[in-house]
Design a protein around this ligand. Structure first.
Ligand code: NAD
Length: 409
């Protein structure tokens, strides 16, 4: 078994220890149901051809058609795609969505491609994987380096192949092509609702200080939401560096600066904002640390430096299992990824439902449905953690595993 997947599976095995189930049942999820590996050849603008490795993994469809994004990155591997597909399996079960878990990837640096080359790549991906995906089989969505435009090209290609309008085959589409309102900030908003439910019990009061690692889509939206709820965002980072402001950053102005200059560090120097080293962000004095960048950012080598008492995981797998243990022993409460960042897949599910019904919901309706769903699952996980005296991560996997096992007949 490969490294990342093996590490991720330890969390399911740990959950199994808290349940009265036949341990052999866990063998079902030791490896994916189906991974398709293909070569994507595309014609470049200069007439030459380039070839890229691509995957689509349907990790498990015990609870419904598989669901998960498509990632473009030069470091994508089969192990990474399968690990993320496993996480999606757990996440969809945690949220009680009628989906299993899937993921796709292309090993490519998309910044090296022109817009027309990117379009050919997206269409080629669908031509190659058309038999794997489908509105009742496997439903892709955007992930790292793919976006609404990518999904529009892919959905259009799928329609051409099957010969009919099939918007429910892909989520994360532009609104004009059947996308849902509320998808842009869904991941951050979902995490915000989970935090809101637990904040009082976790001792987070208005004015609590927050540091956000990864000021991208998820990170910038959560910073905005937390600021408007009275939190003080004292530090943020991106891949270029980090800044801090003990009096609290002005998130609107910071967003404008990032929009203008492409990074957060250009905001340093104004209104008491100073630059700090990127790896200092996790050790900034604060009550809440939001992880919204990449995987494995908190590990055995730096977990002891975390000052916050609560961590919200908006990124996937930002804390290693070794670091989890260190944080637990230090009393740091982690709101785990498969619950905290599930708002994105919940609104994707809403998009799929709206596409199938042909009935589109207002933004107020989306927010209300998302809040209800996030709070219901968060409350159940919170109660399970207290009842069994286990971490919220353990409890989230217990919650997922119960639902997965229940669906086996
Ligand atoms: P994004 O690309 O918009 O943002 C990521 C941010 O992290 C960028 O600002 C980048 O500069 C920053 N970053 C990269 N390396 C860093 C480093 N070493 N230190 C600090 N910052 C660094 O991506 P996103 O959509 O916001 O996703 C962020 C994370 O959340 C990813 O792990 C993703 O898988 C996860 N996630 C996102 C969604 C979603 O709907 N966007 C849903 C579920 C999970």
């Amino acid at each position: 078994m490969t490294r990342k997947l093996k590490k991720a599976l330890t969390r399911l095995v740990d959950a199994g220890k808290h349940l009265n189930i036949d341990p052999t049942i866990l063998k079902k999820w030791e490896f994916p149901q189906e991974t398709t590996h293909a070569r994507l050849t595309i014609r470049m603008d200069d007439g030459s051809h380039k070839h890229f490795r691509a995957w689509r993994c349907r990790y498990d469809d015990t609870r419904g058609p598989t669901k998960g994004g498509i990632r473009y990155h030069q470091s994508v591997t089969a192990d990474e795609v399968e690990t993320l597909a496993f996480l999606m399996t757990a996440k969809c079960a945690v949220m009680n969505l009628p989906f299993g878990g899937g993921k796709g990837g292309v090993q490519i640096d998309p910044s090296c491609l022109s817009k027309t080359e990117l379009e050919r790549l997206a269409r080629r991906y669908v031509q190659i994987f058309a038999k794997v995906i489908g509105p009742n089989r496997d439903i892709p969505a955007p992930d790292v380096n793919t976006n609404k435009m990518t999904m529009a090209w892919m959905a259009n290609e799928y329609d051409s192949i099957v010969g009919e309008w099939t918007p429910a085959v892909i989520t994360g589409k532009p609104i004009s092509l059947g996308g849902s309102l509320g998808r842009d900030d869904a991941t951050a908003r979902g995490g915000y609702y989970v935090l809101g439910l637990m904040a009082k019990d976790l001792g987070l009061i208005p004015g609590a200080r927050v540091a956000v690692q990864g000021f991208g889509n998820a990170g910038s939206y959560i910073a905005q939401l937390l600021e408007s709820a009275g939190y003080k965002v004292v530090a943020v980072s991106d891949s270029k560096g980090a800044i801090c402001c003990p009096a609290g950053l002005d998130i609107k102005k910071l967003n404008a600066a990032k929009e203008r200059n492409g990074n957060v560090t250009s905001f340093a120097g104004s209104d008491g904002v100073s630059r700090i080293a990127a790896d200092e962000l996790i050790s900034v004095d604060c009550e809440l640390l939001v992880l919204a960048a990449l995987e494995d950012m908190i590990h055995a080598g730096n977990a002891a430096n975390v000052k916050a008492s609560v961590i919200l995981e908006l990124a996937n797998s930002p804390i290693t299992p070794e670091a989890d243990e260190i944080l637990k022993n230090r009393g740091v409460v982690v709101l785990p990824d498969i619950l905290a960042n599930a708002g994105g897949v919940v609104v994707s599910y809403f998009e799929w439902v709206q596409n199938r019904q042909g009935d589109y919901w207002s933004i107020e309706d989306i927010h209300a449905r998302l809040k209800t769903k996030m709070e219901a699952e968060a409350a159940a996980i919170w109660a399970c953690a207290k009842d069994k005296n286990i971490t919220l991560r353990n409890a989230a996997y217990v919650h997922a595993l119960l639902r997965l096992v229940d669906a086996i007949y």
